[in-house]
Design a protein around this ligand. Structure first.
Ligand code: PLP
Length: 453
């Protein structure tokens, strides 16, 4: 009965965010029932390789028995509690110790949320609180970068680059956007990568001076901009901006929501790119996508200062009912063990060479401008002309066409602007990487033939 199909029921009952509703109406939704390894299955039994790990997060695949067992065991022991009023589950304490041990800096304490957005939003409040109470002038302004993605709450959407903001009249005042460190796109004629990074650092200092250093609460940066289209930072970029932030005493926050726990081939993207942050924001892979969780790992110096201010104010007046939930904590402890001890991080490094080689090969396509990536994250940007780097006319919607056609062939990949973005699960094999790129190459050729190019 078609009118009672899962697809029909979805169309009547589910309001999908981040979904092209024109395409949804034309093509219908995909209703999933289960997963196996790197594949998910729809209600008709059709299988799809998910080359995006869900949303970067299902890194252990879709049916990892160890993580499922850890979740079930915790559910039987103590399935849910909050972390307010000085009460907290033992499992959450154990997870905090693990995160402090794993963190790449001298860490103080860990604060929990349900998502990456909430974690970044929480840090904004921490920065505001710190600067309100310690006798310094109010520091309210937040610096992020063009093409950043930090979330969808009102504050974190304001921190996110323009793309998702226009409909809401955001950003709020005081949310500033520095340059995007994408050398291929924004480097000047004849400028080396290091010169580009130095120019961006000068621009950042100018912005800070123009706004007034004492008005700036902090700067956030993703090690690799993910939703901005896998923008790997230009050589020397973080080395160039770090001293400027130090000079003006501006806390630096690494948004490791995508990069954290192995995506770049290092446990932390901030280590890979030598960011030396004061705070790390984590989410996604922390539970391998099996439970909603965000975590703010505070460097010791920042943590001590915030604790002092909070004590003076009696408390840090902020928290989420399910933040630090014991189910999520148990899932996180197991997921981190799987990544660290059971070889997932090792596998990222083992297969990354194959992934990057196939990505670069796709980048040789006549209409591919740049193939970029690191570890197991990559993008190929489609252009009308390799020299001018101009995009193909918008009405062709080339990346959407490629993703839609690939979906029909059983491959999930993501169109982001003019780019096709891939971020497969950490368990992927080289043979599976080949499968992904074989399908993608065939799809790209067919789509260009379809549009007559
Ligand atoms: N920060 C980064 C770098 C992200 O990529 C995302 C989501 O993709 C977020 C924050 C927001 O996380 P969430 O969707 O869990 O709120």
């Amino acid at each position: 009965n078609v009118s009672n199909s899962w697809e029909q029921r979805d169309m009547q009952a589910v309001f999908h965010g981040f979904t092209d509703l024109g395409t949804l109406n034309a093509e219908g939704p995909v209703i999933l029932t289960h997963g196996d390894g790197i594949r998910v299955f729809d209600v008709h039994g059709k299988s799809y390789i998910d080359a995006n790990s869900g949303l970067w997060n299902n890194v252990a695949g879709f049916n990892h028995q160890g993580i499922i067992d850890a979740l079930c065991a915790q559910a039987r022991k103590f399935p849910g509690y909050h972390a307010f009023f000085g009460r907290v589950a033992d499992t959450t304490v154990a997870l905090s110790e693990k995160l402090i041990e794993l963190s790449p800096f001298d860490a103080g304490k860990v604060y929990y949320t349900n998502s990456g957005s909430e974690a970044n939003d929480t840090v904004v409040k921490m920065l505001w609180m710190l600067h309100r109470r310690n006798g310094q002038p109010q520091r309210r302004k937040i610096i992020t970068r063009v093409n950043a993605y930090h979330g969808v709450t009102v504050a974190t959407a304001s921190m996110t680059g323009k793309a998702y903001n226009a409909e809401f009249g955001l950003p709020l005042p005081g949310f500033l956007h520095a340059d995007c460190p994408h050398y291929w796109r924004f480097g000047l004629e004849g400028e080396t990568e290091l010169e580009f990074s130095a120019r961006l650092a000068r621009n950042l200092e100018e912005l800070i001076l123009k706004e007034g250093p004492d008005t700036i609460a902090g700067m956030f940066a993703e090690p690799v901009q993910g939703a901005g289209g896998v923008i790997v930072p230009a050589e020397g970029y973080f080395e160039a901006i770090r001293p400027i932030l130090r000079k003006y005493n501006i806390p630096f926050i690494a948004d490791e929501v995508i990069c954290g726990f192995g995506r770049t081939g290092e446990m932390w993207g901030s280590v890979k790119y030598d960011m030396q942050p004061d705070i790390i924001v984590a989410s996604k892979c922390i539970t391998a996508g099996y439970f909603p969780m965000g975590a703010v790992i505070l460097g010791k110096a920042f943590c001590d200062a915030l604790m002092k201010v909070s004590e003076e104010a009696e408390e840090f007046p902020h928290g989420f009912t399910a933040g630090g939930n014991p189910l999520g904590s148990a899932v996180a402890l197991k997921s981190l063990a799987v990544i660290e001890d059971e070889g997932l991080l090792g596998n990222v490094n083992k297969v990354s060479g194959r992934f990057m080689a196939r990505l670069k090969k796709l980048g040789e396509h006549k209409y591919a401008g740049e193939a970029r990536g690191v570890g197991l994250m990559g993008a190929v940007e489609i252009v009308a002309d390799k020299k001018t780097k101009q995009p193909l006319p918008g009405h062709l919607q080339i990346s959407e066409r490629i993703a839609n056609k690939a979906l029909k062939k059983g491959l999930i990949c993501r169109p982001l602007g003019q780019a096709i973005v891939l971020g497969p699960p950490f368990i992927i094999t080289e043979a599976e990487i080949d499968q992904i790129f074989d399908i993608l190459e065939e799809t790209v050729d067919e789509v260009f033939a379809d549009v007559g190019l």
